[in-house]
Design a protein around this ligand. Sequence first.
Ligand code: G3P
Ligand code: CA
Length: 468
Amino acid sequence: MATRNVSPPSGRAEHRWRAVAFPGTLTKPMSIDAIESALKPYLKMKQDLLERSWNDKIVDTLAIRLRYRLGSQATRACTARGGDIHIHISCVDYGANCYQQQESHIKSHTSAAKVSSMQKIISQFRYVFLMSALLMAVTLSGSTRVYAQKVVVAHRGASGYLPEHTLEAKAMAYAMGADYLEQDVVMTKDDQLLVLHDITLERTTDVASRFANRARSDGHYYAIDFTLAELRQLRVNEGVREAVNTRSAVYPERFPVDASSFQLNTLEEEIEFIQGMNKSTGRDVGIYPEIKSPEFHRAEGKDLSTAVISVLKRYGYMTKQHKVFVQTFSYEELKILHEEVLPAAGVSLNLVQLIAGEATYDWMLDAQGMKELARYADGLGPEKAMIIDRDSTPDDIIISDLVELAHANGMQVHPYTFRADEGQVPHFAENFEELLDLYYFDANVDGVFTDFPDKAVNFLRSKARTTR
Ligand code: G3P
Ligand code: CA
């Protein structure tokens, strides 16, 4: 067994990311026909597995990536292109014991009477069985999520097409079929809840030209320094680059900066807008509010969480069955929400801990941390590179154990942010759809935050069609 070190994702200890590659036949390309032939006598579900897991993907994309888990932390990836299959196996922490762990797992899915003959077969077609046993186990256990269960979260609306957090962007995302529409929430001077990503206004509004003398000494215009009536006077624009203090767009191919006329909205207005569309369409699209910079708000004397939960309750969001996730990057605020704010309001809502590749979140990323987090959170919203390493290549997709650990602790995983703009698709994916495929089905996330909800919705619908 050969080992090699791969770059760990930020925040991970190096030793946890030792990849193990099997020599000889395990890394030798093998034709689909040969694999089918090897599987035929032994797998009753061959047709189903091959059709559902391989053939449709070959037809559709000429590329397959299959990743699965054996044991608690071992991971494996298989890439097939043009009919050949290359298998890469990686594991975490197991080192030389990795192979034995996998072999015993196969046996656990095989009746005692068949173990002896299976052992011979395993020695002959070892890697074929490593794959097929897992596929069969996953299928039999029903742990494979049906496509309908994967969700699309419109990140600030259909923000790839219209200025973020405008009702127009939310309507477009709604019409595109998103399952959830996201609201970042901040508070105004007069305690109104404003849907705005930044705690400052200059990136997405014309505040600097309308209220030139209202910047703080740091040069920023804070929403919390303005009343709602004042904020109503602002025009919302496609996001511009803050650092260079110009009106040049962050994403030049998107909606023109300063074109047309868009307004800021309150959380209440947006909820009424979504609930109104739910009534008129008969759908049940959810909301996904984020408590933005709660510590900043507390320092300013404002309890943002309590205000948001109060509004959610007023609009009927009161149980975990209602389609709402409340998200925050602050672990302290997550605990406050869980232990104080929700009980005080008499509601129980789904909470999501957002995480980024920063040292603050390191402790959450192992089994113990996940267990602790799951006391408060129903889901995780990680930066997407924490799930598939940026250093991955098309032939070597490096998937962390984050999703597995979160699922093992009963938490859903909704990574952010998936953008189809030029230069935004990581080099390990050929295109945006392949990126979605890798995350939804190789990494097995439950949903994604995306600026392009139409693409994610269409991708999932197309997967559902091809696997019927
Ligand atoms: O909340 C999920 C995602 O939106 C996190 O990133 O910075 O866009 O709020 P951000
Ligand atoms: Ca957000």
